[in-house]
Design a protein around this ligand. Structure first.
Ligand code: 8YV
Length: 323
């Protein structure tokens, strides 16, 4: 007898509580290898399914969307970012795409603060000195870094996560500047200074923290030209998407001393990052941990399932994204 539950292909293993709900409500096929599926594998396994639950590692470009079986009626992404999906191509096929906003705002903002503090306070070099046993004595002039109190934090992209970073950074005594497509109203700004262009923001940022989505407009927005606008000794932090930054320009600005330090959680071509990053002692680097807490990953999974539940119950999914 055919199952009455909607049939889902789930491209990666998910937290146990999320999988338990999935198995209760769906006829779910998991990816036993738990690696990133090749496009051909994904398309083959999607045959006979009603929906897909994917992650940012699954690049759903127009070609792959065009090759998905017609039985697939929805794609829910386990992520807030949806630059891995060609939403226009999906719309052309009337295929709804959903994401998981809100639930990872705090976790990602926390990681941005960790990067700001880690970069400003020389944490990477400090940790290396402990690990390599090269810390020989405490010195009044040793390993001096930079206070963040009193410094200007430039937030590129003042959406949910950018605003959550601003709230935290104010507590640390930073003044907030931002650039966003739209100026926020005063209650959301909380005194933050709006800059009409990214270039203006760069000129006013002792620390630049990236929180915009990756789009054709923002790709490589942080490049040799714009980095040159940052004051000498500035810090760049990225918890958004690697492709917003030009690696070559960032690394050479760090090597030349124009930048004091960087803090990165996201990279171009993850996890095969530019190997030069590993050699830079003023680079505080994390492996895409923005949303990686038990609480947040559970909430993301439940949010993705809420969207699927809505869809299969005939309701508009709450987090449907548009091109
Ligand atoms: C992870 C993210 O890529 O949600 C996003 O857009 O960038 C990250 O938090 C995601 O959680 C992995 O599924």
């Amino acid at each position: 007898m055919p199952s009455a539950k909607p049939r889902l292909l789930v491209t990666r293993r998910l937290p146990p509580d999320v999988e338990a709900r999935l198995l209760r409500d769906y006829d779910a096929e998991f990816n036993p290898a738990n690696g990133v599926m090749t496009p051909d594998d994904l398309i083959a396994r999607a045959r006979g399914k009603d929906g897909l639950l994917v992650t940012p590692a699954d690049r759903l470009n127009a070609d792959i969307i065009g090759r998905l079986p017609s039985s697939i009626r929805i794609v829910a992404s386990f992520s807030v970012g949806y630059d891995h999906v060609d939403v226009k191509a999906a719309e052309a096929r009337r295929l709804p795409i959903t994401n998981t906003p809100d639930v990872l705002t705090d976790a990602t903002a926390d990681i941005a603060l960790l990067l700001i503090l880690g970069a400003a306070r020389g944490a990477a070099a400090g940790m290396a000195a402990i690990r390599d046993n090269t810390w020989k004595n405490w010195a009044p002039t040793g390993m001096l870094s930079m206070d963040i109190a009193g410094k200007r934090l430039g937030i590129l992209g003042m959406g949910r996560i950018g605003q959550a970073v601003a709230r935290r950074a104010r507590v640390f005594g930073m003044t907030i500047h931002y650039h966003n497509r739209k100026k926020l109203d005063a209650s959301a700004e909380q005194g933050a200074v709006f800059h009409a262009t990214a270039e203006d923001l760069f000129g006013a940022s002792d620390v630049l923290s990236i929180h915009c989505a990756s789009t054709p407009e923002t790709r490589r927005l942080v490049n040799a030209k714009t980095i040159a606008l940052l004051p000498k000794g500035a810090i760049v932090v990225n918890t958004a998407r690697g492709d917003i930054v030009d690696d070559e320009a960032l690394i050479s600005a760090l090597q030349s001393g124009h930048l004091r330090a960087i803090g990165l959680d996201v990279y171009t071509n993850e996890p095969n990052i530019d190997p030069r990053y590993r050699t830079l002692e003023n680079a505080f680097l994390l492996p895409h941990l923005g949303s990686a807490t038990v609480e947040t990953r559970n909430a993301m999974g439940f949010r993705a399932l809420d969207n699927l539940d809505d869809f299969f119950a005939g309701r508009e999914p709450r987090d449907r994204v548009r091109s």
